[in-house]
Design a protein around this ligand. Structure first.
Ligand code: PEP
Ligand code: MG
Length: 890
């Protein structure tokens, strides 16, 4: 059995799985010789044993005692000793940062005796009793489970008695009284006394941290961030240092570059005479880190040195927590810092310029989700909307929503389909559900490192914090700025780029990155401030690196042209059904309802020139690039009116004694005749082509004539014809014969050769499993992963998302919807089989994917690994797919 406890001197940054991020990085800093208060880490393995058995692993207690003894020797103090006792902090620290989601207990080691010892040190009497008060309160609520508000009530009562507002105005006698009242409260509520034995305090605190892994907010956060539930947290036990010992002490947070924009420099907040938690919680407003240069130049110079050292060592933006105790600087934490999407591109690119990382590594450090965020719109600055107030722009983006004042209301309104902005004085981890539900978070207190800012940045939500002109009246559910009063439910616009808050809904315009893609220009010029050059640089590298081609799903010339500007190398799916809607519906109806062959031919003949025009436009927009046109796929009744609507209309006419429209009667009869219980498994796709005579011929003729028209116009049309929903090679064989016949007829009629590759979608499990045979009749495959997911799982793609997927996600059956990210194990296996057997039968088989997964970052990596030739996705996802295809090839 391995050890469950590691001294900081024994660990390192590569041990984050075992020691958690915080523990591994503390060990790394200790190893680098930075001043880290001594401590040790209990491993995530111990947590996993606890989560599985409900007990601490055998031998852990003994190991903790041994490490504690070593710590006491190093510190020259003992836990619980009656004069100047050793005090410990006990903090969670998982593999992936989960800010504020789990428990922390400070000042372990104080009890009725040691508090007296601490109080005897000159100038420490009040500090000792305040620390003891904090410990009993924190321990009582987080470890012993007493409702935290009961402690707050006691505190408020005492403050009211003395008519004081702030804790700092309470004197030693008050604090002593409060400690007694807190202890009574714990005994009364739990039946157990606050433990006086410091080792017992430590043991219980460790258990509480482990248990907090499964706390509600931690679980919610993990689900949202896709952090696996089975990892567990480590526990870091460390000698306390104090930033609240007077004006020569303080706590701060520092970033080696600006986490919002990525600009190099010195960023952070410093709070004199305060503990670390005070900075992060935003309860008191911090000063910019630069002011430390005048407050404590020696510590400032040291800190700057360490920051440089850390950034070079980690080769990335680091965020740092530090404390100064009586002029001595201590490093309490570092990690590779969270950043906005814009900062991620900027920093990766800068570090590559600085030679600290390679361009490949720079590409690995950005991703498609970040790029998608940079493509979101921003507010139209040309619209004069008066500014209500301004705060600190902590997480960029433009958000419009109605004001809500608490997490519950945010969740309720968002569930009802409203876009909301959560407005709080400051946020706490309890606000997490509301932050997830909201478009933006606006706070009146706290800086760039406040809870609201850190969490919103991590989630990619818009956040403006520290808007101190905002006076929130929670009782009346409104806030005011000067004379302007804004009530719950009113709409505001929050600009996370500039920090402005405006009344009403300000219109949106394209972001600079979006404009860059829209321009389709190789060299970005303006908008340097929005990171366009960095995006350009990394996109170029992705394009040079990727093996996968990227096409778009588009069925209008406009979409095709945009996709091309965005870098699409062709169309992977042109859905022809979209061309059967709108003004053409009557023609389609006539075709479907045609009583005789002749009538149907007339209707089809009317549709033919329209389809030809559609295809000609698209082939022109994609001149020289492949355009995969899919034959009609959906069940025909989708083009007819709804059966219930029709029945109601006819019944109403009858009830009102009106004459019924004979067309309605005819339509109802047809719709009823064509009704299917499971239309997605019914008469659609290739089946339609096989039983509805003339349909395939009309569509293929339109394609062929469009090719001829483009060739005659001097173009280079590259149409490909794709057959949907094939399950058996025989189906494809029959349709293919008809397609080939029409192509050669048109070639004969026009004297222009028309050769189009003919291929099929692979979107049924049977097609994947018989891909070898199907490939004998197909020049290309395109995976329709929407239908393939639907038919493999047996989930209706139109119904499931709303109802039971939430429960499935909650229960961990899957981490993301299989309609969003490809299910590698099941659907992915079918893809792999089809690729292997298809290529074995036809080595030059061209293979792509055109389901929604083609634009999903994680799925793109899968398709790369599976050996596909290209992915195809909606035009707006094309840049994301290009970037991810590049990353997949690294
Ligand atoms: C698919 O099934 O994945 C596909 C692309 O076709 P559609 O979404 O049109 O059914
Ligand atoms: Mg499909």
């Amino acid at each position: 059995m391995g050890s469950y406890v590691y001294d900081f001197a024994e660990g390192g940054r590569d041990m984050a799985d075992l020691l958690g991020g915080k523990g591994a990085n503390l060990a790394e800093m200790a190893r680098m010789g930075l001043p880290v208060p001594p401590g040790f880490t209990i491993t995530t393995e111990a947590c996993r044993v606890f989560l599985a058995t409900g007990e601490l692993p055998a031998g852990l207690d003994r190991e903790v005692v041994e490490h504690l003894a070593a710590l006491e020797r190093a510190a020259g103090k003992r836990l619980g000793q009656v004069d100047d006792p050793l005090l410990l902090s006990v903090r969670s620290g998982a593999r992936f940062s989960m800010p504020g989601m789990m428990e922390t207990i400070l000042d372990i080691g104080l009890n009725d005796l040691s508090v007296l010892g601490l109080a005897k040190i000159p100038d420490r009497e009040r500090f000792a009793w305040d620390s003891y008060r904090r410990l009993v309160q924190m321990f009582g609520s987080t470890v012993m489970g007493v409702d935290g508000s009961l402690f707050e009530d006691v505190l408020r009562r005492v403050k009211d008695q003395h008519r004081v507002e702030d804790d700092s105005h309470l004197d030693v006698c008050d604090l002593m009284r409060i400690v007694e009242m807190f202890k009574d409260l714990i005994l009364e509520r739990t039946g157990s006394a606050f433990p006086q034995d410091p080792t017992e305090q430590l043991r219980q605190a460790i258990l509480a941290v482990f248990a907090s892994w499964n706390g509600e907010r931690a679980r919610l956060y993990r689900r949202r961030e896709h952090i696996p539930d089975g990892l567990g947290t480590a526990v870091n036990i460390q000698c306390m240092v104090f930033g609240n010992l007077g004006s020569d002490s303080g706590s701060g947070v520092a970033f080696t570059r600006d986490p919002a924009t990525g600009r190099p420099g010195l960023y952070g907040d410093y709070l004199p005479n305060a503990q670390g938690e005070d900075v992060v919680s935003g309860v008191r407003d911090a000063v910019p880190l630069q002011e430390l240069a005048t407050l404590d130049p020696v510590s400032f110079a040291r800190l700057r040195g360490y920051m440089g050292q850390l950034e070079t060592h980690y080769r990335d933006l680091c965020d740092i927590e530090f404390t100064i105790e009586h002029g001595v600087l201590w490093m309490l934490q570092t990690r590779v810092g969270k950043r906005t999407a814009q900062a991620a591109f900027s920093i990766a690119s800068q570090l590559a310029d600085e030679g600290l990382i390679s361009t490949d590594e720079a590409l690995a450090r950005v991703d498609g989700d970040m790029l998608a965020r940079l493509m979101f719109p921003r507010f139209d600055t040309g619209v004069a909307a008066p500014v209500l107030t301004r705060g600190i722009p902590a997480s960029p983006g433009a958000a419009v929503g109605v004001v809500v004042f608490d997490s519950g209301e945010a969740v309720r309104r968002a569930a009802a389909g409203e876009e909301v902005v959560l407005v709080r004085q400051e946020t706490t981890p309890d606000d997490l559900p509301g932050m997830i539900a909201a478009q933006a978070v606006l706070t009146s207190r706290g800086g760039k490192t406040s809870h609201a800012a850190v969490v919103a940045r991590g989630m990619g939500k818009v956040c403006v914090c520290g808007a101190d002109a905002l006076a929130i009246d929670l009782g009346a559910r409104r806030f005011s700025v000067g004379d302007v009063v804004v009530s719950e439910g009113e709409t505001i616009s929050v600009d996370g780029f500039e920090g402005f808050v405006r009344l009403g809904a300000v219109p949106l315009v394209d972001s600079a990155v979006m404009s860059y893609f829209e321009a389709g220009s190789p060299a970005p010029d303006a908008a340097v401030q929005e990171g366009v050059p960095e995006v350009h640089r990394l996109m170029e590298h992705a394009d040079a690196t990727r093996r996968l081609g990227v096409r778009a799903n588009a069925d209008t010339p406009q979409d095709a042209a945009r996709a091309r500007r965005f870098g699409a190398e062709g169309i992977g799916l042109c859905r022809t059904e979209h061309m059967f809607l709108g003004a053409r519906r009557p023609l389609v109806e006539a075709m479907i309802l045609a009583p005789t062959e002749n009538d149907r031919e007339v209707a089809l003949a009317a549709l033919l020139p329209l389809q030809r025009e559609d295809f000609t436009g698209i082939l022109a927009a994609m001149d020289g690039l492949p355009v995969t046109i899919r034959l009609l796929d959906p069940p025909l009744h989708e083009f007819l009116p709804d059966r219930t609507d029709l029945a109601v209309r006819l019944a109403r006419d009858e009830a009102l004694g009106r004459t019924q429209d004979p067309r309605d009667t005819e339509l109802l009869a047809a719709v009823t005749r064509m009704h299917e219980e499971n239309p997605m498994l019914g008469l659609r796709g290739v089946r339609l082509g096989l039983v509805k005579r003339g349909l395939v011929a009309m569509q293929v003729r339109a394609i062929a004539e469009a090719v001829v028209a483009r060739k005659r116009a001097g173009g280079d049309p590259r149409a490909e014809i794709m057959v949907p929903l094939v399950g058996a090679v025989e189906e494809l064989h029959l349709v293919r014969q008809e397609v080939e016949e029409v192509l050669s007829t048109v070639a004969r009629e026009t004297g222009v050769p028309v050769t189009c590759p003919i291929g099929t979608m692979i979107e049924l499990p049977r097609a994947a499993l018989t891909a070898g045979r199907i490939a004998s009749r197909a020049e290309f495959f395109s995976f329709g992963t929407n239908d393939l997911t639907q038919t493999t799982w047996g989930f209706s793609r139109d119904d499931v998302e709303a109802e039971f997927f939430a429960a499935y996600l909650d229960k961990g059956i899957f981490e993301t919807s299989p309609f969003e990210t490809i299910d590698r194990e099941g659907v992915g296996r079918l893809v792999e089989i089809a690729v292997r057997e298809g290529r074995a039968a036809r080595p030059d088989l061209n293979i792509g994917v055109c389901g929604e997964h083609g634009g999903d970052p994680s799925s793109v990596h899968f398709f790369h690994e599976a050996g596909l030739d290209y992915v195809s996705c909606s035009p707006f996802r094309v840049p994301v797919a290009r970037l991810e295809a590049g990353r997949a090839a690294l």
